[in-house]
Design a protein. Structure first.
Length: 201
């Protein structure tokens, strides 16, 4: 991702096609201020290397028969370096489409590729990808908050049992220790639990 002379964000679009002429035609339809397209003809073996070396912002796949090996490569990419993926394919099998989505395809378009469909499909993929990444972030933050709360509750329970404290007293004890050490209450709670585990081994 970069900016042009007009300060407009330009997206690098990797077009994967098993037909070079068709891939070039798709690329020519995208050559405008927003996109910097390039075409690669690669199998699943070379796909991850191409992605690593060329560092695209979005991938457009146009293949008559995308292999399941290709989907496996996309799944690996999605885990390591997720990005929006648009796939055009005549394959209408629901199981295959589900596998493609699970592998990281953001927008699956059934049918032959058409110039007028490429840009809208990219816009849809970008929007869906951003929304999905935001949901993942919020889910992770929620899980972290729940984990932190669980650690704090365990530490309070430990103090209540070990020092015959009430819940409020245990909470205040952890809070005061956190303020004194300039740590988060969760960090102090983890230290307390680690110390307890060390003494009980």
């Amino acid at each position: 991702m970069s900016k042009n002379s007009d300060n407009i964000v330009v997206l690098k679009v990797m077009i994967i096609d098993d037909n070079l002429d068709r891939g070039k035609w798709v690329a020519s339809s995208l050559r405008e201020k927003r996109f910097d397209p390039f075409v690669v003809m690669t199998d699943h073996v070379g796909l991850l290397r191409e992605i690593s070396e060329r560092a695209p912002d979005i991938i457009v796949i146009d293949m008559a028969s995308p292999s399941r090996d290709l989907l496996e490569s996309l799944a690996i990419m999605s885990d390591m370096n997720p990005m929006p993926v648009v796939m055009f394919s005549p394959e209408q099998d629901p199981d295959y489409i589900n596998q493609a989505v699970e592998a990281g395809v953001t927008a699956y378009m059934v049918g032959d590729i058409e110039a007028k469909k490429v840009k809208p499909a990219i816009d849809v993929a970008l929007a869906q990808f951003r929304n999905f990444q935001q949901l993942k972030k919020e889910l992770q933050e929620t899980r972290t908050a729940l984990d932190d709360r669980g650690v704090l509750e365990r530490a309070k329970t430990l103090l209540m049992q070990a020092r015959q404290m009430s819940e409020n007293e245990a909470h205040d004890c952890i809070r005061q220790e956190a303020m004194k050490r300039r740590l988060k209450m969760t960090e102090v709670s983890k230290l307390l639990l680690q110390q307890h585990e060390g003494t009980t081994r």
